[in-house]
Design a protein around this ligand. Sequence first.
Ligand code: PMP
Length: 441
Amino acid sequence: MPDDAYMINAFDMSKVTGEEPSVQATIERRARVLSPAYRLFYDHPVSFVRAEGVYLYDASGRAYLDAYNNVSSVGHCHPRVVEAICRQAATLNTHTRYATQDILDYTERLLNTLPPTLSKMTYTCSGSEAVDLALRISRRRTGSMGVIVTSNAYHGTTIVAAEISPNLGPLVPLGDYVRAVELPTGDHSREEFGRAFALGVRDAIADLERHGYGLAAFIADSLFSTDGIIPEPAGFLAPIVDVVHEAGGLYIADEVQPGFARTGAAMWGFERHAIVPDLVVMGKPMGNGMPIAGVAARPETLVEFAATARYFNTFAGNSVCIAAANAVLDVIEAEGLMENSRIVGDYLQRGLRTLADASDEIDGVRGIGLYIGVDIVSTTTGAPDPGRAAEMVNAMRERRVLISAMGPHGNVLKIRPPLTFSKANADHFLETLSQVSAILR
Ligand code: PMP
């Protein structure tokens, strides 16, 4: 990763060339009034005016196939979600200090999708706030400070969430109380992978103890998205939970990416590893774009926190967001989106493997359901090729198919469409990727 405030697939403001006049004007207005910390995507940024299902539309009415956005997980502007939001906004929108029913109906329904031991919800407005809260709870519970993450983890934007996010790059220092552990590389059985990873976690725990921090929590994205997506071998997290518990820490599953049926195998990513976390952080797809996120907890983990601090998060769990979140669960069930994610995800992965077989630059294909990573490597050295991955991401964008890139080397194509993606959408995607691959080779 370069030694600056780098982001994979970020537009470089010093290279504004050949944009359409209206897009150019928008970019310049942004630069005048928005923080320079924001980043646009792509060499030629895109500007959208509306969206529907798996398509985003620009001002000229051109459709872009969305193979990237997991927030609009049940499809952009899904009518059932829109209707629920509008109806609730016109009826009542209030907070958790009043004894309303809607939040209870939703919470009971949501908790039913989780293992029974995770029986208490706290709502937040963002994944970052949920991560932050999960760490506060863990510290109160354990009396310790230390946090273990994976070596390219991303967990969010608050001070603490940024301090536990090595993915933000070397200019955002990790907290002194943080240890980052490498995931094993290469092909391993579940046992070998789990053993190797657990060794790293044990070393990190020993180091945290030696420095007086102890272990409050181990936190990991159950799909390891920013680490390049590591879904297999399923089950490798089981020994980590044991090691963390032996050291008195809590296991936090960050389900912001894998949650809400994304994997096609289960509602939650951790279920594939046959573990039950102490705390589960969720967000992004939860309200299909409305700001709702939260922490599901084993009740005993909350005892010390609740005894010493109150929790009121003004907008979190408001009636409109709850209505949206409830409609999201309706749509996942009514449209069979978990199954769709599995079926279309498998189909897309098969197609990608066929492309990989015919290409020297498309190497590994890893994924589960509709979350897929494709390794792009140099045709001469076989080494990770982030430059080539960026070219492909931008060439796809020029053909109006949206993806991005990820991973510690930035060479992994990140394919993560709404769960309503169809086989026809997958064919369109594969055809475009094969053109891009052939044309630029
Ligand atoms: N955890 C993970 C794994 C994430 O991917 C993200 C967002 N990309 C967050 C936490 C933070 O969520 P938010 O942007 O809603 O604060």
